[in-house]
Design a protein around this ligand. Structure first.
Ligand SMILES: Cc1cc2nc3c(=O)[nH]c(=O)nc-3n(C[C@H](O)[C@H](O)[C@H](O)COP(=O)(O)O)c2cc1C
Length: 361
């Protein structure tokens, strides 16, 4: 059965096709230090045979923190608590990858961080914040922050890192022509808009070597309505970006979509029919047919037959879920041994809970 066939992602042997998509848990300390409660969640997923676990988004610099109780990876003091988490996961066959992020235009503005940084000063109508345009040295400094974060991730025993290039955070701000209006080498055509990611990968490679897996979560669209005056990233752009990423040693791409300003695009609610499932699948297929690295699809995947057909019909190589694993950490076991047809998550979105993720259904 295709869902339980192992797959290799770079050198990583993954026991099946299931990915726990990055999910912010609101369980870190104020300063971003990961807590054992985060380890409890990942250990439970690992003991239930989730092939690949991607952590919640971890900020590489305090200026790029987006949420309360978000985990960080901006200092060496976090290596040891993360090591305890990867140790717990590696008692099982699961692999674990740290998602690293800078919040960019969607960073939290507070008394510590008085401004949000982004490629261009384009107001975010969802928050009312106009970010400050980054200068060259801030861009280079952020690349260095990502590389140091990857080095710490490797030291902490993670099996790789995932660069968060989706959902309206800094790296996705750069690839989108809506949020990137620059006319220097960091903006303009696709190659220029992707430059910050390519330079980040190059610097990570210098620090951690050629073998450490680098994955990317990539927006396939910013998600503005058709006919909107806001013209964002297109799926055609995403295909070109995916090709550049593949040429630059990225070993797997997770296809997602949406930025905060475009409304509910990333985690759509009420996925109550098969037609509503896997809402980025057409874009994943476009990307998959342009590259040879594994494609991971996320977004509203809820039934066994959809999961199977996504892989069999060439939309993706792996299926990734976030909300269903909050409700059922033992989902993979239920699909494997009890042959359930459907996850029980109803996509009500009440799991976005700043007191710590939980399912209320
Ligand atoms: C509570 C919650 C927290 C999330 N945190 C992250 C995150 O840290 N990084 C990320 O890339 N996506 C995050 N997402 C988005 C999910 O990874 C996923 O892309 C989205 O929810 C669609 O998948 P689903 O339908 O299986 O939930 C989060 C989603 C939820 C529900």
């Amino acid at each position: 059965m295709v869902l339980f066939k192992p797959i290799k992602v770079a050198g990583l042997e993954i026991q099946n096709r299931f990915v726990r998509s990055a999910t912010h848990e609101w369980l870190a300390e104020d300063d971003g230090a990961p807590t054992p409660m985060i380890g409890d969640i990942y250990e439970e997923l690992a003991s239930n045979e989730v092939g690949l676990i991607i952590t919640g988004y971890s900020y590489v610099n305090p200026s790029g923190k987006s949420s309360e109780f978000q985990q960080g990876i901006y200092d060496d003091r976090f290596i040891e608590p993360y090591r305890q988490i990867t140790f717990r996961v590696h008692k099982y066959k699961s692999k674990i990858v740290l998602q690293i992020v800078h919040g960019g235009r969607q960073s939290r503005v507070s008394t510590e961080n008085r401004v949000a940084f982004a490629p261009s000063p384009v107001i975010d109508s969802s928050s009312g914040i106009t970010p400050v345009e980054m200068n060259e040295s801030q861009i280079l400094g952020t690349i260095e922050d990502f590389a140091n974060a990857a080095k710490r991730a490797k030291e902490a025993g993670f099996d790789g890192v995932q660069l968060h290039c989706a959902h309206g955070f800094l790296l996705s701000n750069f690839i989108s022509p809506y949020t990137n209006r620059r006319t220097d080498k960091w903006g303009g055509g696709i190659e220029n808009r992707t430059r910050i990611i390519v330079e980040t990968i190059r610097r990570i490679r210098e620090m951690v070597g050629v073998d450490f897996p680098i994955l990317v979560k990539l927006n396939s669209t910013d998600g503005f309505d058709v006919g909107s005056s806001k013209i964002g990233l297109t799926p055609e752009d995403a295909v070109e970006i995916a090709k550049i990423l593949e040429q630059n040693t990225v070993c797997a791409i997770e296809v997602s979509g949406g930025i905060m300003e475009a409304g509910e695009v990333m985690s759509k609610h009420a996925i109550d029919s098969m037609e509503k499932e896997a809402y980025f699948k057409q874009y994943a297929r476009m990307i998959k047919s342009a590259v040879n690295i594994p494609i991971i699809l996320v977004g509203g995947i809820r039934t066994r037959s959809v999961m199977e057909s996504l892989i069999k019909e060439g939309y993706s190589d792996m299926v990734s879920m976030s909300r269903p694993f909050i409700n059922e950490p033992d989902l993979v076991m239920k699909l494997k041994y009890r042959k359930i047809e459907k996850v029980s998550c109803v996509s009500c979105n009440r799991c976005f809970d700043p007191s710590g993720i939980k399912c209320y259904h």
